[in-house]
Design a protein around this ligand. Sequence first.
Ligand SMILES: Nc1ncnc2c1ncn2[C@@H]1O[C@H](COP(=O)(O)OP(=O)(O)O)[C@@H](O)[C@H]1O
Ligand SMILES: [Mg+2]
Length: 286
Amino acid sequence: MTEASSDVPTRATAASAATASTTDRADGNGAQATSIVEAVDVHKRFGSLEVLKGVSLSVERGEVVVLIGPSGSGKTTFLRCINHFEKIDQGRISVNGRLIGYRVDAKGNLREERAAEIARQRAEIGFVFQHFNLYPNKTALENVCLGPRKVRKISRDEAEELGRRLLQRVGLEAKFDVHPAQLSGGQKQRVAIARALAMQPKLILFDEPTSALDPEMIGEVLAVMKSLAAEGMTMIVVSHEMGFAREVADRVVMMDDGVLVEEGPPRQIFDHPAHERTRAFLAKLL
Ligand SMILES: Nc1ncnc2c1ncn2[C@@H]1O[C@H](COP(=O)(O)OP(=O)(O)O)[C@@H](O)[C@H]1O
Ligand SMILES: [Mg+2]
């Protein structure tokens, strides 16, 4: 089922477009700290089902935001809207001061960008999936090299050097030439993280990166994510790994039924949640 097709303008105001370009200028000067992600009043419907009901979230450069909430609350959909895997029905999302997936036409309406431009924008946003989404017929190294070679047009040698370096970084120097079927879940997810890093993203979105893993492999993936956070990567992480969230998150955001219910530092949200919906959700987790 489709929503806003490319010739149907999404509802948005000229004012919101002006805000986006202001952010752009500030960013260009490098003088001001700006948000990497700016989502404003995002609505998303699948047919008659409204899944996102006005979600607004800003994420600062270098910030780690952990998104929690019950199954079906819209967490995956929200992440997918940020890199325009999904079109939005209302509102706007910008990354690094640029609207994602849309441009503003002469009348101030949002129009969907051309596919090539969307691909270019998406290349700057890493996405790590719950089920890895590696190419099964390619080796670990090929999985990591493919994006830089196709999108960044770098040479095979350069791409392979980059790929080896990144696989080493996630502890997989022994697995360059191995296919995904011969890797454990934790190893597959580390290849997927190396693949995201290969595009030199400004931001990485993680959608329940450890929830498909056997318990003994969760730690090795979280350790890689922790090291990325320590190096200043901006990350939005859908995860219910409380230990990770307490240690690494700058902010925990609770989503329920298509809205952000509350947000705050991990200790505040986990130990003193303000909302009944957060309390009920956390009680079920423990
Ligand atoms: N492509 C789709 N088509 C129709 N409904 C969808 C689609 N993707 C997600 N949904 C519905 O949107 C709601 C939110 O899903 P999702 O974003 O996956 O939630 P979460 O990640 O929090 O579990 C659910 O009711 C789900 O069934
Ligand atoms: Mg999900």
